[in-house]
Write a protein that binds this ligand. Structure first.
Ligand SMILES: Cc1cc2nc3c(=O)[nH]c(=O)nc-3n(C[C@H](O)[C@H](O)[C@H](O)COP(=O)(O)OP(=O)(O)OC[C@H]3O[C@@H](n4cnc5c(N)ncnc54)[C@H](O)[C@@H]3O)c2cc1C
Length: 113
């Protein structure tokens, strides 16, 4: 999967129009936007399935203050939604799970309360 990430002002199309564009037009949009890239990279986009293109909005949330721990916890995207870029969302969710498993094990051994 390839993704192109840009702020709205760089894309130059308002959200309403961008999200109404059919996949083939998004394909053209991606081709135009990458026309100056290395020909081998542009070629990849050129040969992509035009119907596989879609728009995704990426928004950042406000940082929240730490809260009192309870008996319910959230892991992965449920507590820190990751963008489709960077390739770290899945690894971070697994790291959260490993961290929770270690904490539960420590509690079971009486090392944590
Ligand atoms: C388009 C896109 C591309 C991405 N590309 C990458 C990538 O290349 N590499 C990478 O590392 N990360 C990528 N990410 C991010 C990554 O997918 C997430 O960070 C990761 O999947 C989070 O894992 P998770 O287990 O927290 O949540 P999820 O993978 O979202 O798992 C949550 C699960 O809970 C289920 N669920 C929801 N509600 C209920 C319910 N009420 N009852 C039962 N089940 C429920 C859902 O169906 C889902 O299966 C991408 C994200 C997007 C949107």
């Amino acid at each position: 999967m390839t993704s192109r990430v840009a702020t709205l002002d760089r894309i130059g199309i308002p959200d309403e129009r961008l999200f109404a564009l059919p996949p083939q037009q998004l394909h053209h949009f991606a081709l135009d936007a990458t026309a100056s890239w290395h020909p081998r990279l542009s070629e990849l986009i050129h040969h992509a399935d035009p119907y596989s293109f879609f728009s995704v909005a990426i928004r950042a949330g406000e940082r929240v203050e730490p809260w009192q721990s309870g008996r319910v916890t959230l892991l992965g995207d449920a507590v820190h939604t990751m963008p489709p870029t960077g390739g770290i969302g899945a690894g971070t969710a697994l790291q959260d799970a490993a961290c929770l498993a270690a904490e539960l094990l420590a509690a079971d051994r009486g090392e944590r309360h």
